[in-house]
Design a protein around this ligand. Structure first.
Ligand SMILES: Nc1nc2c(ncn2[C@@H]2O[C@H](COP(=O)(O)OP(=O)(O)OP(=O)(O)O)[C@@H](O)[C@H]2O)c(=O)[nH]1
Ligand SMILES: [Mg+2]
Length: 388
C-alpha cells in the first residue's frame, strides 16, 4: 500500500529535499508531519521521518561540540575484507567474543556497561581478514539517541554487516526484539529487501529514465512516473533492482533503508537452562541464522565466525596473474557478484578500456586457462590473467 498522502504533504516533502540547511530541514519535516494523516498506512513513514529529525538534531549538536572539541567520534577506518559490528545488549559477551577471535584486548567484566567506545580487532580467516568492532551496548530508545544510540547506529550503517549477539541465560527473545526494533526505526534492515530503487535526481529538461536490473511488481512504469511526479520528481535516473513495488518506490523518495547482512550468536549456552531458548529464538529470528554457543567453552571460534561471515557476505577471493608467472599470493577480495569486467575496472581503468580477453583458472573456467570476455562471472578462488 502506498501512503496516499495529500498533495500538500507531498509538496512539503519536495521542499524538504530542496534545502541542505539542517535547521531548516527539521522545521520543514515537522511541518510535513503535521500534514500527514495519522493511520496504519502512514505509521512507518512518520516513524522514519521522526528518526531523521532526531538524527539531524544530533548532527547539529555534534557540530557544536566539535567546535568546542568535545564530540566523541565512533568512526573507525575500514580494514580487511569487511567491517562487522558486534551488536548487543550489555553483558551478553561481546568483549569475550572479540577477545576470543581477534588480536584485540578488550576489558571483560561481570558488571554491565564495561565497553564505552567501539573497539576494533582483526579476525584472520584463510588468507583474508575481517575487521570486527565491538560496539558499546545498545539500549532501548537507541534510535531516539539514548545511550549514545545515534553513534552506535551510524557505526552499524557504516559497516558491511552485523553479528547480533544475545545472552541465552537471560530472555534472548526480548533482547533480540529490542535490537531489531531499534535497527528498524533507524532504517537498518537485517534481511535483504525483495527490491531496491535508486533515485538520482537530474537537472531540469530531462525526463524520468529507468535502468533495469529487475522488474516492477503489481504496478506499471506509468504509475511509477506519476507517483514520482506527485513528489515533484520530474527528471531523474531511476534504477530498479530486484522486484520493486510502488511502495518500495515511495520508500526510496523518503531515503532508502540500508540492508546489513546479519547473523545471530546466542551466547552462554553453557549456563544451565539456556538451551531451552534456542528453538524459540530460531523461530522468532527466521530467516536469520542463529548460532548457539558458549564463547567461554567453544573451540575453533575464529574458524566458525570466519566461515559464517565468508558465506553471509558472499566473499570472493580472486587471484590475478601475469602471463608466464605464478599467480599473486594476495587475493583481490570482493563482496557479492563480480565479473571479469568488474575485476578489470577494479585493478585499473586501463585494463577495462584496453581489454582484449582474459584467461581464467578455477571453478568458473570450463577448462584451465579458458579464454573469456568481460561478462564472465567469477567465483571464489578463481585465477585471472588479463590481456590488453
Ligand atoms: N557463562 C558464560 N559467561 C560468559 C560467556 N561469555 C561471556 N561471559 C561472561 O559474561 C560477562 C560479560 O562479558 P563481556 O564479554 O564483558 O560482555 P560485554 O557484552 O562486552 O559487556 P559490556 O561491554 O559490559 O556491555 C563476563 O562475566 C563474562 O565472563 C559464556 O560463554 N558463558
Ligand atoms: Mg564489552
Amino acid at each position: 500500500m502506498v501512503t496516499n498522502l495529500p498533495q500538500e504533504a507531498k509538496n512539503k516533502w519536495y521542499e524538504v529535499t530542496l534545502t541542505k540547511n539542517p535547521q531548516e530541514k527539521i522545521k520543514l519535516m515537522q511541518e510535513f508531519l503535521s500534514l500527514v494523516p495519522k493511520h496504519k498506512g502512514t505509521e512507518k513513514l512518520c516513524r522514519q521521518v521522526k528518526t531523521q529529525i532526531s538524527e539531524l538534531k544530533d548532527e547539529i549538536e555534534k557540530k557544536k561540540q566539535m567546535k568546542k572539541g568535545t564530540a566523541p567520534s565512533y568512526f573507525i577506518e575500514k580494514a580487511g575484507a569487511a567491517q562487522i559490528v558486534i551488536l548487543g545488549a550489555t553483558n551478553v559477551g561481546r568483549s569475550s567474543l572479540l577477545k576470543a577471535v581477534t588480536n584485540a584486548e578488550p576489558e571483560i567484566a561481570s558488571y554491565p556497561y564495561t565497553t564505552r567506545s567501539p573497539i576494533p580487532g582483526m579476525l584472520q580467516f584463510m588468507d583474508l581478514q575481517f575487521q570486527l568492532i565491538e560496539s558499546p551496548p545498545l539500549i532501548e530508545g537507541a534510535s531516539q539517541g539514548r545511550g549514545g544510540g545515534f553513534q552506535i547506529l551510524s557505526l552499524v550503517r557504516n559497516s558491511d554487516g552485523v553479528i547480533l549477539m544475545v545472552d541465552l541465560s537471560d530472555d534472548p527473545i526480548e533482547q533480540y526484539m529490542m535490537i531489531i526494533d531499534e535497527l528498524e526505526k533507524a532504517r537498518v534492515m537485517t534481511v535483504p529487501p525483495p527490491g531496491e530503487v535508486e533515485i538520482q535526481k537530474r537537472g531540469l529538461g530531462s525526463e524520468i529514465q529507468f535502468i533495469w536490473d529487475g522488474k516492477l511488481v503489481n504496478c506499471t512504469q506509468e504509475e511509477v512516473i506519476s507517483l514520482l511526479r506527485e513528489y515533484k520528481i520530474r527528471s531523474a535516473l531511476v534504477r530498479i533492482k530486484g522486484d520493486v513495488t510502488l511502495e518500495i518506490v515511495e520508500d526510496a523518495v523518503f531515503g532508502n533503508a540500508a540492508y546489513r547482512p546479519t547473523f545471530i550468536i546466542a551466547n552462554k549456552l553453557d549456563v544451565e537452562g539456556s538451551s531451552r531458548w534456542v528453538e524459540p529464538l530460531k523461530e522468532v529470528a527466521k530467516p536469520l541464522e542463529v548460532v548457539p554457543l558458549s564463547v567461554k567453552r567453544f573451540e575453533n571460534l575464529p574458524e566458525t565466525i570466519g566461515s559464517r561471515l565468508f558465506s553471509l557476505l558472499q566473499v570472493k577471493r580472486i587471484y590475478t596473474k601475469e602471463p608466464g608467472m605464478e599467480h599473486s599470493k594476495i587475493p583481490v577480495v570482493v563482496k557479492g557478484e563480480l565479473t571479469v569486467g568488474g575485476l578489470a575496472k577494479m585493478i585499473h581503468s586501463d585494463f577495462y578500456t584496453r581489454f582484449k580477453y582474459a584467461r581464467i583458472w578455477g571453478t568458473s573456467a570450463k577448462f584451465p586457462g579458458e579464454k573469456v570476455g568481460l561478462d564472465r562471472p567469477l567465483a571464489d578462488g578463481d585465477v585471472v590473467e588479463l590481456h590488453v
